[in-house]
Each structure stands twice: as structure tokens, then as C-alpha cells.
Design a protein around this ligand. Sequence first.
Ligand code: ZN
Length: 639
Amino acid sequence: MIEEVKPVPDGTYPPVIEGAEDDIRNMCEKRAHEIYGEDLPDIVAERMNKELDSIISNGYAVLYLIAQKLVENSENAGYLVGSRGSVGSSFAAMLSGITEVNSLPPHYVCPKCKHSEFFEGLSIVGPDLEDKDCPVCGAHMNKDGYDIPFETFLGFNGDKEPDIDLNFSGDNQADAHAYTEVLFGKGKTFRAGTISTLAEKTAYGYVKNYFQEKGEVATNAEVERLKNGCSGVKKTTGQHPGGIMVVPKDQDIYNFTPVQRPADDPDSDTITTHFDYHSISGRLLKLDILGHDDPTMLRILYENTGVNPRDIPLDDREVLSLFAGTEALNFKEEVDLDLGTAGVPEFGTPFTKQMVRDAKPKTLADLIRISGLSHGTDVWTNNAQVLVNSGQVGIGDVISTRDDIMLGLINFGLPPINAFSTMEHVRKGKGLTEEEEALMREKNVPEWYIDSCKKIKYMFPKAHAVAYVVMAYRIAWYKIHYPEQYYAAYFGIRAKEFDLKVIQGGLESVKAEMERLNKKSRVEKLSNKEQNSQVSLELALEMYARGISCRSIDLNRSHYRFFIPEKGYIIPPFTAVAGLGSAVAEKIVSEREKRPFISQDDLQERSKINNSCLEALNDLGCLRDLPKSDQISFFNFGA
Ligand SMILES: [Zn+2]
């Protein structure tokens, strides 16, 4: 007797913003003229118009406009936004301010008279070009362009569902989420809900325990039957780390899904979709607003140095030298380090460091290749690594990102549509079809190249590698030129483990602890905590070798959560004490501002710091000048 009901409707329900098409087009055109002048060079105009036509006709203008507004909002609050994924492949995304990655071929452009010169088919990127003065007006020319095809983003016919993933500062992520409510209205945005289910192993454990507790014996078949019945059942609900589902103004969320607070927590401020977001994605727009450390690092470095990360030159030879040795760090003490990349995002892990040693990068383009190689599956290992180490092919020629294949095959003379579809097959780990292979042979593509394509399982888009490398490069620049600020920012934001007692103990103390952990690692696997500690110790070693020390926590000066950089030393925050949470740390700082602490009792009374943390502070020598109790203080004062 009930009509047919569909729990989740078919079709897509994107949010509507009046005039989005015109807004995006005008925004892009305005910016293009600002950079490239009144008369746009053909290459600029063609790329921009091709993209805009494709974006608008496929209905993605709203998506661009939303991303643009989110980025603008975060930048107004003082935080850069990093782009992930392939959005940097879009020149229109750069023109509208969504990404900093300029996907045009390498080029010079004069900031004064707008004269420009483009180069196609180079194996370097724009910032790698030699410095040059404008032949028309003599001004120093800007260098840009990372040569990324638009097709990796929107497909060959603009028909691929685009994904705009953005990395916001972890400190600004909540604001960005709240801003979506401003954009779309209250009750129109919800966190993307997830459902975690019981894994087979856990289910097996439940069944085993059940019989054990009941003192019963069951056959293997019965255990198996019950296990199969339990596994896959909902365990708890949660949320995607940054996913926001957007309901258009004329729709109601209940047409798509019930909503709930996650994990049965009635006090949570978060409202998520009740259905797992995968089951309604494609119907509603999902924005990925993720939190990341790099934008936070750059914000702090900007604050502490006065140098805007955007103004950092991307052709500083000294920064590149960190990938070959440590000279640029000016060590004053001898330490056993062969590269200067410790703590530089993307290039600090043992795996990428070895890659750097093998590949010997000389240009920014090489660093982008290494980032691509390190994120792929079977792109470096058993593949490019062998080619590079045997000297058969240079790092500049191996396949490192998706886009390399498309551009590479076009350069070999393949028609763009074939180059595109081959790239799509290879990046998904599907190898090559017979026709593709035959066409490659016909165009004299070398055997090693064909072979390499067949081995690849997964590949990074070049735009993602560029965005990450540019962020990493800037951080490396601060590392060379503002060491105190760099180590302070690293330890305050990125370090997962910080052994204050060891590190404030000086160079020898750091060396001894490193040695202890190294020795231990030869006999047993180190815990995560110990491995994280190793990373921080290497940074501390480098810091001391550069003549910078770590002081003790200063009750009167320490920040609650960030390290304070000073000439020749850094001061740790209260949260550097293991177990001392940020709420208590903030309380210490706010109480200190009301009036100085007169005793340890006073400190504990007003900050609510627990005994073990107080003891730790004593142990670290931070409370040396603070008497134990008020009594003594009063007495001394009176005397
Ligand atoms: Zn000029």
C-alpha cells in the first residue's frame, strides 16, 4: 500500500550560487591581465579560455567559487592554504587564487611592462630558469610555470569529476569549517560521517572470548559461522577528517540522510551525516577541508621573521645545496650528518633521504620529481631507482608523476588523446594495452620507458608534488636563513616527540641518547615514541652543531605551546613537559600575567598543575628560584 520510496535520491544536487560562472570568468580574466598585460600572450589566453569553457559548461564554476572563497577567508586570517591533489593542474585555479601552482610552461614575465617569454618541452620548471632582465624595460623578470596539463584535473573532455582538496593550517581548520556555514547557511553543512565496522580478527576474538567465558567448547565451523555473522557489523561512527557535505538551499538534508552526533556522544558539537558519506557522495557536494602542519609552520615563521613566505625566492642555490650536503648550515661542531634536509617536509624520512642521495637533485624540477617518485607505488623502487643507479637514465628523464607520461608521450609524437588514455591506464596500475604498446614502439619510445610504464601501480599528480615541494622549499629557506626561528617552529609544531631533559642537556647529551637508541634499534624494533624521538634528536643535533642551544622552560617567559626563538637559543613552552596539557599550560600563562607566582604552592593552586608535572618542572630546574611554599616566601620577605 506504500508507494515506492527511495532512501537516497538519484542525481546530483550541487549548491547553487547565482552568477558563479560570470564571477569566475571575470576573476580569472582580471588576474590574467594583471600578470600578463593588456594583450594576453596566445598561450595564456588559449589555456585560460579552454579551461573556463570546460569548467563552466560542465557545471563546476560553483566549485571553483566556493574553493576561492574558502582560500580567501583563510588568507585574510593570515594563513596560506596549500593545494593537494590535482587542482594545481588548473591554470584557472591559479588565476582565481585557489592554488599558487602556475601550470603554464616555464616562462619569464616582467612585473613592470608585462613582457613574457615561454619555453615548451623543457625538463626544468620556471624558477629553474637563469635570471634575466626584461629586454624591453630592463626590470628583473619573474620566473614561473610548472608545465602541468589541465587534463590531469578535469579529464580529456572536461568530464572527470574534479576534486578540490585543500590543506588549511590545523590552527585554522575549525574556522574554515565554520565559514562553510556562512557561505551556505545554517543547517546546510554537515561533517561527512563514517561508519567503522568490526574487523574479522576482532570478531574472531569476540567469539573465542564468548565461548571461553561461558565455559563452552565450540566446533571450528561454529566459531567460523559466528565470526562471519559479526564481522562487518557497525562498531562505531565517526567523521572524515575534513569532509563537509553541502546541502543546496532548496533541499533538506533529510532527503539524503538522517543526521547525528558521532560516536553516541550527546555533547558533541559536531553533526555528521548518519549514512557513511560514501553512500551519498555524488549526490551532495563534499568539500575536503583538511588540516596540515605546513601552513601553520609558515605562519609562525612569518610572524617570527617578518619574511612573507610568498616573497621567498624559489631559485636560492643555498636551499638546493641542502639536498647535497650540509655546508649551507655552517656547522660549528663536527657531527655525523651528510644531508641538510632534516625536518624539511617531504625530504626528511630515511626513504626520501636515500632517494635524494641516489638521485642527486640539482634543480627545483628534480625535487618535484623526487616528491612524485616517493609518493608513487613501484615508481621508484624496482623501477626508476634501478635506471638511475645504473646510470642508464638521468633523474630528469625518468617517469615520476602522471603528467610526465602525458607530456612525455606527446613529445614522442603520440596524439594527445592516446597520451592521455595511456597516462590514465598507467597511473591506475593497469599497465599498457597491446595497442598502446604498439603505438609507443611505432613512435620510437625507448624500451626502458615502456617497461617502466608497465611496472607502475600508483602515481602522484604533478600538481600535488609541486604544491608540496614549494611549501617544503620555503621551509628549507627559513632553515638556512633563520635557524633559531626554524628549530623553534619545528619543535613547536611538527615534532611528535620532544625529550626536553635530553635536548636541554646539550650536544653531548643529545649524541648519547641518539647512540643509545641506535644501539637499541640494532637488537629490537623501536617503539613509535622512540622513532619519533630519533627524528627530533637529529634536528636537535643539527641545531647544537649550528651553535644554537635549547634553554630550560622559563616560568616568566615561556609560551604555553610554541618555542620562543632568541639569538643563539630557543626557549621551550610549558607543553614540552610530558603530560602537561595545553589547558594547564594556558592557565599558567594567564595566571602569570595577573601577578607573578610567589611559590610552588601558589603556582599549583592557581594553575591546577598536577604533582607529577610540577615535579617534572622541578626536575628540569625550572622552579629553582621559586620557594616551595608561601610560608617561606612570606617569612623571607618579612626578614
Ligand atoms: Zn619589462
